[in-house]
Every structure is written in C-alpha cells, then in structure tokens.
Design a protein around this ligand. Structure first.
Ligand SMILES: Nc1nc2c(ncn2[C@@H]2O[C@H](COP(=O)(O)OP(=O)(O)O)[C@@H](O)[C@H]2O)c(=O)[nH]1
Ligand SMILES: [Mg+2]
Length: 198
C-alpha cells in the first residue's frame, strides 16, 4: 500500500523508566538485537537518511526513542509513534548496562501498555532461528501484544537464499516474517499497513 509521509520527528528519548511517556497515543515498538537494523528500518520507513541514528558500533543505542509520524496510507490520514528500543544480546555490554536495559524494557513492555498496539521483532534474514531472537520472540509472545516479525537485510542475500531463509524463519517463529531491505526500501509498502493494522 502506498504511503505519503507528512512528518516524522523524534518526540522523546527515554533512558529511565520514569521518563516513559503516559500511554496516550498509538504506538508500535520495534524490538531486536543490537545492529540488526532497527534504526535503519525506521529511516527507510519514513524515507529519511538520518532520523534514527544508525550505528556501526553495536549497543550504542541505549534509549527508548519515540518517533512521531504523520502520514497518509490507504487513503486516510494517520499518526503513529514508532518506538525504537535498545538492542538486546550485545555481548560486550557490562552487567550494569544490561540491568539498566532490562529495567527499561520491562518497564516499557511489561506493563500491558494500553497505547502499545503491536510489537515488531526485527531479525536478520541471513540468520534464521538465532537463539537470542527466539528467546525474545517467546518473551514477547508471553506479554500478549499482537506481534509481527520483520526479516531485514534481504539485499545481502541471493534470491534463492532469501526464499530458503524466509522459510526457515517461518518455521522457527511459527509465523512468516515480512522480508525487508532498508538499503533498497524493499518491503516498505507491505510493512506500513501491518504496522498501522490496516
Ligand atoms: N545492506 C544492508 N545493511 C543494513 C540494512 N539495515 C541495516 N543495515 C546496516 O546494519 C548496521 C546496523 O544498523 P542499525 O540500523 O544501526 O541497527 P540497530 O542497532 O538495530 O538500530 C548499519 O551499518 C546499517 O547500515 C539493510 O537492510 N541492508
Ligand atoms: Mg539503533
């Protein structure tokens, strides 16, 4: 479904649970390993190079970032907070950093947040069934939010490998991830309606 982005801005960055905003506007959260491509996915979705910070250094994003997006999709005007969360599974993180990450993610995701309409697990199409991702999927399933999976970096694989890995991801998760490439914008028109629930 074609979409036209009217505005996209960083609305709020939270480093601590007490900084989280009240649950007043519809939100979709992106969850995934460090460096999997969450920030790039946000930039690609809104067609901007540098809205969300991209990083070649895994684990740099320690904040829950709320991006307010206004767009027209499916013929109607819509608004959404797209929420970039800190990546899990960063081996070099210190124990203190991990505890802070757990506290922040638990405060945000564990509270049956009324404004959180769905959660997207972002995974790497090249690495089907990675255990850290399966653990995250299981955890998210237990939280009760509607879930979807996005398998990104598709451009890094051949056509055959893409199909094979997508099938492997589908088996591992029990649902078919949406194939995406932030580098090419591939998957954008399919993902927007899923994020908006239309
Ligand atoms: N080729 C390619 N590279 C990507 C894609 N998505 C992200 N990357 C690269 O992967 C690295 C990590 O991306 P980033 O968005 O910062 O990951 P995050 O830690 O999950 O936010 C960066 O070097 C990105 O340029 C993609 O779809 N294709
Ligand atoms: Mg990031």
């Amino acid at each position: 479904m074609k979409q036209k982005i009217h505005s996209a801005e960083l609305s709020l960055s939270c480093g601590r649970p007490d900084q989280l905003p009240p649950p007043l506007e519809p939100e979709v959260a992106l969850v995934g390993r460090s460096n999997v491509g969450k920030s790039s996915l946000i930039n690609s979705l809104v067609n901007r190079k540098n809205l969300a910070r991209k990083s070649n250094t895994p684990g740099k994003t320690r904040l829950v970032n709320f991006y307010r997006i206004e767009l027209v999709c499916g013929g109607a005007r819509r608004r959404l907070l797209l929420v970039d969360t800190p990546g899990y599974g960063y081996a070099q993180a210190s124990r203190g950093e991990r505890r802070r990450f757990d506290e922040l993610m638990n405060a945000y995701l564990n509270a049956r947040r009324s404004s959180l309409e769905r959660v997207a697990l972002v995974c790497d199409l090249r690495h089907p069934g990675k255990s850290a991702d399966l653990e995250a999927w299981e955890w998210l399933t237990g939280l009760g939010y509607p879930l979807l999976a996005v398998a990104t970096k598709a451009d890094k694989l051949s056509k055959n490998a893409r199909a094979k890995n997508l099938a492997a991801w589908s088996r591992a998760l029990g649902t078919r991830p949406l194939e995406y490439s932030a580098a090419e914008g591939f998957g954008r028109d399919a993902l927007w309606p899923l994020l908006l629930g239309i």
